[in-house]
Ligand binder design. Structure first.
Ligand code: PLP
Length: 467
């Protein structure tokens, strides 16, 4: 592709994306394709001779587009949202266009320094404890996902708990990890990858609001110590995936401090709320945490993938993940004066993700991001009020900041059928979970395009579907 062709196709592509976004409201939110249908509609083999981009693009429109769930639709209420604002798209495009690889400070100093700057700015914007700033002994880094961020936290915790020997000696099955029964599945996965083994993971019971019970945590730690085990890490959640419950960080943090256990906080979705001073209560007790993450790629209008991850003591993280082969040695690394973010993550290579976060922070400004959060919270509140006022429905959990868990009163099956009917209608998209072993519908808010009228239309569609 020549630079002139790139220019031409690129301009057309940006136009196409803008048109797609404008037209999203009219598309069925969920795809109506059978397994294998998309693949069967595309050429089976890669061509021997390159094709014109326009030909490739025609296949995208014809075969790929109908097979997509439209996550940016204003009527997408499933899972948790994934941001994809225009400034973040431009930032991502810049990252692709520059094509740099910031594994070391030396391989693109600006990529590292912009990332450090943006994460310090974001730490301020979220009013995170000062210990997480890079200006002290902490610091932030962008990981691809929350799953990776939590894995890195566990590796750092493992390293600290073993006195820096885990990498050499293994964990010997002694180290234990604690999280609530409502924690995201990425914690189970990270525990396995980090070599703890799932038998070393304790799922602590939750209360009626689905938040971890600190007394149960303390009892589990006591029992493990009595059995000769070595508690290494507690993972608390601010905004659980199923119901947006918030674990009580002050009490959990006290236990961790007392016991010398690493506290990692997963605030993948809900952490963004802390942009608003009046919602910062979700972070009460965070000053007791050793590490913390939030996904700007969920509610902060940054496109996937972008997880902001901070540690109080970067030495533990770097100690756990640093391996320095000859071919990466350089004067800047040797000087100790720079961050090499390859030591803060699992892979070696890294994209220039800071650009999209920077573009979002600068283009919107914090006030506009706060407005987005406030609008989401207000929409969730109103929806919860409608549910509570309708005898046919019940709230299945205390309404979360951006999530309402609800169900039709009675058995599970009609609720499962209701979800299927709604999603098949194409008018909206919801997902589900189980709470207290009951099937529950989840309405998650936070897509940028969602206006009040879309939430009203969703509620109208739900009521029609049970009439
Ligand atoms: N933690 C929580 C609380 C989540 O809700 C999610 C996803 O929804 C994750 C972690 C995993 O996020 P990621 O896809 O960034 O790994």
């Amino acid at each position: 592709m020549s630079p002139e062709d790139f220019r031409r196709h690129g301009h057309a592509l940006i136009d196409w994306i803008a048109d797609y976004r404008i037209g999203l409201e009219k598309l069925p939110v969920a795809p109506r394709v059978a397994p294998g249908e998309v693949r069967a509609a595309l050429p089976a083999d890669a061509p021997e001779v390159g094709e014109d981009f326009a030909t490739v693009f025609r296949d995208l429109e014809r075969a790929v587009l109908p097979g997509l769930l439209h996550w940016q639709s204003p009527s997408f209420f499933g899972y948790f949202p994934t941001g994809a604002s225009y400034p973040s798209i431009l930032g991502d495009l810049l990252s692709s266009g520059l094509g740099v690889q910031g594994m070391l400070w030396a391989t693109s100093p600006a990529a590292t320094e912009l990332e450090t700057l943006v994460l310090d700015q974001l730490a301020d914007a979220l009013a995170l404890p000062p210990a997480f700033r890079s200006t002290g002994s902490g610091g932030g880094v962008i990981e691809d996902t929350a799953s990776t961020g939590s894995l890195c936290a566990l590796l750092a915790a493992r390293e600290r708990a073993s006195g820096g020997r885990a990498n050499d000696d293994g964990t010997d099955g002694q180290l234990t990890v604690y999280t609530s029964s409502q924690a995201h599945s990425s914690i189970d996965k990270a525990v396995k990858i980090a070599g703890f083994g799932s038998r070393q993971l304790r799922a602590i019971a939750v209360d009626e609001a689905f938040a971890m019970v600190p007394e149960k945590l303390a009892a589990a730690i006591r029992a493990d110590r009595a059995a000769g085990l070595a508690p290494a890490c507690v993972v608390a959640t601010v905004g659980t995936t199923s119901s947006m419950a918030v674990d009580p960080l002050p009490a959990i943090g006290e236990i961790c401090r007392r016991e010398g256990i690493w506290l990692h906080v997963d605030a993948a979705m809900a952490g963004t709320a802390a942009l608003c001073p009046e919602l910062r209560g979700v972070h009460a007790g965070l000053e007791l945490a050793d590490s913390y993450l939030v996904n700007p790629h969920k509610w902060m209008l940054v496109n996937f993938d972008c997880t902001a991850f901070w540690v109080r003591d970067r030495a533990s993280l770097v100690g756990a993940l640093s391996v320095l082969p000859e071919y990466l040695k350089n004067a800047a690394t040797a000087s100790g004066a720079v961050f090499d973010y390859r030591d803060w993550q699992v892979p070696l290579g890294r994209r220039f993700r800071a650009l999209k976060l920077w573009c979002v922070l600068r283009s919107y400004g914090l006030e506009a991001l706060r407005s987005h959060v406030r609008r989401t919270v207000a929409q969730a509140r109103r929806f919860a009020e409608w549910v509570a006022a309708d005898d046919r429905f019940e709230l299945a959990a205390p309404p979360g900041l951006a999530l309402v868990c609800f169900r039709q009163r009675g058995p599970d099956e009609p609720n499962e059928q209701l979800l299927q009917r709604l999603n098949a209608s194409g008018e909206l998209f919801l997902s589900h979970t189980k709470l207290d072993a009951r099937y529950v519908l989840r309405l998650a808010l936070g897509v940028e395009a969602t206006e009040d009228r879309h939430v009203e239309a969703a509620w109208a569609a739900i009521r029609r579907a049970v009439a």
